[in-house]
Design a protein around this ligand. Structure first.
Ligand SMILES: O=C(O)CCC(=O)C(=O)O
Length: 216
């Protein structure tokens, strides 16, 4: 079942509200699927996806994160992101492509790639960052959460203003416009006992980044 946005909020138009006070747009579509449907997607993605630790440069040293990731895209390519070479795999069929189509329909936007994150428990998060590929293009980033509810925070780069929301199983949010230019975002670690969570962030990857294309 794929339900209309924000049926659990007071207004069916709530996803049109901007949750940021300035310099960007954050829309909350609420929980867009039934719990069981979300459970099924979670199980399939956790099992089927080629998860691997993320890499990051910390004080010039390459470190591997406990959080696992994978990039999928319309065609496979390598690229440099935050000084680290990464590789996007070509979409496989199945649940990921089904979700891509549904998110495209819901948000009225096409995406050519998706970064998936797997947080095994509350000790894993992602630090403050902006999604650099969208900074120049002002592109839309749509994020679907599956699994444990986690706190998602945004911090204004100049003023330090904070906005927080808890992302629930099956919830979709969208960041648009100048959000990446002016705001950082993070998934905060927690000492509470929480289960695993998968996030899928659908993006419009700039064509010019595909300079190190390989394969066909
Ligand atoms: O897991 C999330 O909801 C956020 C992921 C994220 O910030 C990213 O992939 O850039």
């Amino acid at each position: 079942m794929w339900i209309s946005p924000n049926t659990d909020l007071f207004s069916e138009q709530a996803h049109l509200l901007n949750l940021l006070p300035k310099d960007g747009v954050l829309n909350d579509y609420g929980r867009v699927m039934a719990t069981e449907e979300g459970d099924n997607y979670f199980t399939e993605l956790r099992g089927d996806v080629a998860w691997q630790p993320d890499s990051a440069l910390l004080n010039g040293r390459l470190i591997k994160t406990a959080r696992e990731v994978v990039w999928y895209a319309d065609s496979p390519f390598r690229y440099i992101h935050s000084g680290v070479e990464r590789q996007a795999l070509q979409w496989q069929g199945g649940s990921l492509l089904q979700l891509k189509r549904k998110i495209e329909e819901l948000t009225v936007q096409r995406y050519n790639s998706c970064l998936l994150n797997l947080y095994h428990d509350g000790s894993q998060g992602i630090g403050w960052h902006a999604d650099v590929e969208a900074i120049e293009s002002n592109d839309v980033i749509a994020s679907l959460s599956l699994g444990a509810a986690r706190k998602f925070a945004l911090k204004h780069k100049a003023t330090g203003e904070l906005r927080e929301l808890t992302l629930e199983h099956g919830q979709v949010i969208v960041m648009r416009g100048e959000t990446q230019r002016h705001w950082l975002h993070s998934v905060m670690k927690t000492k509470q006992s929480v289960g695993p969570r998968i996030s899928l962030t659908f993006r419009c990857f700039p064509e010019q980044w595909r300079t190190q294309r390989y394969g066909a």
